[in-house]
Write a protein that binds this ligand. Structure first.
Ligand SMILES: C[S@@+](CC[C@H](N)C(=O)[O-])C[C@H]1O[C@@H](n2cnc3c(N)ncnc32)[C@H](O)[C@@H]1O
Length: 272
């Protein structure tokens, strides 16, 4: 399938997605805390693709005087983030519907710090480059951009039966999802001319009893994505058979599933 005909797999307007993101952030392996380490927030902060606002809650705790904006292309997600975070938020936090691929950088004031977490993996590589270029355009000179993304989702599993392997191949071929977004983050920062680039990697390993936690999270991810999976597998039965086979594989405590989380940071050079 050509890149332009790939099926966008993220269920942007699904109300259940907010609950899933919240549940996921409470699982140790998916903790947000390591993703903020060493990031000094400064006065104006942007969470690009903020989802349900969990990262903003943490940033606000560690830097109560920063003015923090959350942008997301999904109005449903923005409404949920506003509603969920209203009790603990001050007036220095705001949310806005904005698409990282199409917003107009020339109309924005600069940010001291931008974090973009698990967003680029929902784009093909050309879109990732556009999004990162747009974000760098709204970064102040000397400001920092941190990108966080997974690598190896749906790919690093053992043992795996042949039927599931071919279903996973179809998913990788047809979904407009980048299962290997993490390894590309540093290149995006280099291409945009950022300096002082650092790269960290955190393995997320699910084995033994922990695999059941990932199985349940995966089931809810796949259930949210059912309409997209129907397009990819050609029918409801085809999509259900994939979900059933995949979650059954993750029901074996001897199965090993792992992903890598990449955390890349760069600084915008001061322009004389
Ligand atoms: C997996 S969620 C991650 C949310 C949050 N950053 C977190 O770490 O929990 C991906 C988010 O990216 C948003 N998103 C996807 N494509 C986007 C785009 N082109 N512009 C802005 N947001 C986008 C989705 O609506 C969704 O809320």
């Amino acid at each position: 399938m050509s890149p332009s005909r790939r099926v966008h797999a993220y269920t942007l307007e699904s109300p259940g997605e907010s609950t899933r993101l919240d549940q996921q952030s409470k699982v140790d392996e998916y903790s947000i805390t390591p993703d903020l380490e060493g990031l000094s927030l400064g006065d104006r902060v942007l969470d690009a693709g903020c989802g349900s606002g969990e990262t903003i809650l943490l940033m606000q705790k560690s830097s109560p005087h920063s003015r923090i904006e959350g942008w997301d292309s999904s109005q449903v997600r923005i409404d949920q983030a506003r509603w969920k975070t209203a009790p603990s938020f001050q007036s220095n936090v705001s949310f806005r519907k904005a698409d990282l691929l199409t917003f107009n950088p020339s109309q924005e004031d600069g940010f001291d710090t931008i974090i973009c977490r698990f967003v680029l993996q929902h784009m093909i590589v050309e879109e990732q480059q556009t999004a990162v270029s747009n974000l760098v355009s709204v970064l102040k000179p000397e400001g920092s951009l941190r990108l966080v993304d997974g690598d190896g989702l749906f790919s690093q599993i053992y043992p795996i039966e042949r039927n599931l392997e071919s279903q996973l191949n179809r998913l990788r071929e047809c979904a407009a999802l980048d299962f290997f977004a993490g390894r590309k983050l540093k290149t995006h920062l280099v291409t945009q001319g950022l300096s002082e680039i650092t790269l960290k990697i955190q393995p997320l390993l699910f084995t033994g009893e922990r695999i059941f936690i990932e199985r349940d999270l995966m089931k809810s991810r796949l259930d949210q994505a059912l309409p997209t999976l129907v397009q990819i597998f050609g029918s409801v039965d085809g999509a259900q058979s994939f979900i059933q086979r995949f979650t059954q594989t993750l029901s074996d405590p001897n199965c090993v599933v792992f992903y890598n989380k990449f955390i890349a940071t760069g600084k915008k050079r001061f322009q004389e």
